[in-house]
Design a protein around this ligand. Sequence first.
Ligand code: KG4
Ligand code: ZN
Length: 378
Amino acid sequence: MLVLGIESSCDETAAAVVADGERILSSVVASQVPTHEKYGGVVPELASREHLQKIRPVVDEALARAGLDLSAIDAFAVTEGPGLIGSLLVGLVYGKALALSFGKPLVGVNHLEGHIHAVLLENRVARLSGSQIEAIQLPAVALVVSGGHTSLFRVEAASAPDARRFAYTRLGQTRDDAAGEAFDKVAKLLALGYPGGPIIDDLARSGNPDGVEFGRIKMKGNPLDFSFSGLKTAVLYRVRGTALAAEAEERRAWRKQAGRVSPQEVREHCSVATLDLVASFQNAVVTDLVERTIAAAEASHVTTVLVSGGVACNSLLRQRFAQAASARALTVFFPSPHLSTDNAAMIAAAGYYRLLASQRADASLTAHASFPLGSSRG
Ligand code: KG4
Ligand code: ZN
């Protein structure tokens, strides 16, 4: 079954063709970073307009790279939420129109489910191409950590008679900022560039992760929930009214004048104190993500952990998960960077299983800004 996936929930316009949920024939992602970087965050109206311009060329490119015509596609899968309504609607309406005009099935996919399927898909792709990588065993605990989300799920294959379905239980989620959002806001405060995650990841290699003491993030109530706004405010207090603030303003002026700059140049414009601050901030975020995810795996009695979403690209996060896994006999799976950030192959893969389970969207399919995945615990 050839599924064309479409993803437009935030600031990436993406289309992909996936065969039988296990072969990625093409995966095209058009980034809007140049549009949003001067604002230090995604501007929803600009994002919707850019999706409108890019959706057709991106879908055409995905088909061309797969060597297929639209008429060869067996079904369409589109992200229906959560996300920015104006952005979601572009992909959704385009997918609906294609499905309607070719008389093919359409299915809506939850974006978070897509991120989880990115890991499952890549594991199947790797095994199919002869890699010795272990097959993912469900149930698993999945951490979806991106610019818009930080959530923990228990993922299981539903039992017979409908073993093609997956079942999700939400174990915890952020009560305020997502982890990626905190990276982006700290980078904006310090005038380091956008998106902040990859830049901080890079700069942190030159800083001392224990240089600034932030303390553990404490949560009342559900210990598997997250909160990063306090940490972000702690960074702000460390900066406001100090030499770090003056340095950030100088960097802001330099960046404005210099235009596009390399990570190396940004590093040369950072003092040791700034590098220590970002390394310590990253250390605090990563420690919290790893500890709560491991606690979720232990509480759920599972030995498989899936980590996905843009922040899953973080090098310290990967390193810490690998250490935690080997110390506890857990197996942790990450997608490659291309499939960690927003893409449409993950939407096609998640959609494939919904289609196998005979799910179909009807004409009433619409976008949802908020769209919880699975049942919540308890
Ligand atoms: O999954 P994604 O592409 O979009 C959302 O669904 O949000 O994630 C984008 C987020 C941004 O906040 C970005 O700063 C963060 O992922 N990110 C990283 C890294 N690469 C991307 N955060 C930390 N370290 C990275 N290497
Ligand atoms: Zn995402």
